[in-house]
Design a protein around this ligand. Sequence first.
Ligand code: UP5
Ligand code: MG
Length: 205
Amino acid sequence: MSIDSKPVPKDISVIFVLGGPGVGKGTQCARMVKDYGFVHLSAGDLLRAEQNRKGSEFGELIKKYIAEGLIVPQEITIQLLKNAILEHYYTKETSKQSKKFLVDGFPRKMDQAITFEKEITPSKVVLFFDCSEDIMLTRLMERAKTSGREDDNIESIKKRFKTFVETSMPVVEYFEKMDKVVKIDCAKSVDEVYEEVKAALKNYE
Ligand code: UP5
Ligand code: MG
């Protein structure tokens, strides 16, 4: 039986990590992985990998959406996330750790939030990383010197900010109404932000 036809396991847990472009989601997730043994799934990383996969039928489409700062149609992203979860669950060592997933940069549109929670699993908590656009812009422009990311340029960054405010903030507000959001102030140093993250995770470990 191929991996993608296996059932979605019932004993997994998912934490969503949301926040604007360059706020520090990936940086904080790397720390959480080290200390808590989560599996880190960045939706953006999965899309970039699919874009670069030889023979992918979605490569061109993903490239276009990412350059424009738009949200790739949910079918593609959810399938990539689902495959990654199933792969970790069924083919990696099934220790407790490999059942805990940090889903970074997703969901960033309402349809994705609803479909994922219905078809995969409801999230346990949503970490919402917050800071000003000025700070995010400074961080992204600094990272642009070495990242090689095609969307780390001023035109794409402006579009990413716009999409975040118009399309992704409503998702954060939706989860806020469900009392699932823990807001983390990311204007501070990486270490200081991480202290807040650890405090937030205390209630969910
Ligand atoms: N840095 C981090 N924390 C710092 C701190 N506290 N103080 C000082 N510096 C700090 O960090 C960015 C930079 O800031 C780094 O250089 C870091 O050292 C420094 P990083 O941790 O990389 O930030 P992150 O929030 O992960 O930024 P990223 O650019 O990855 O966020 P995006 O949300 O824009 O990117 P993502 O990869 O998630 O998505 C890219 C695109 O994919 C989207 O625009 C969209 O087109 C597409 N997409 C979809 O279509 N659907 C999805 O579901 C997901 C993505
Ligand atoms: Mg990231």
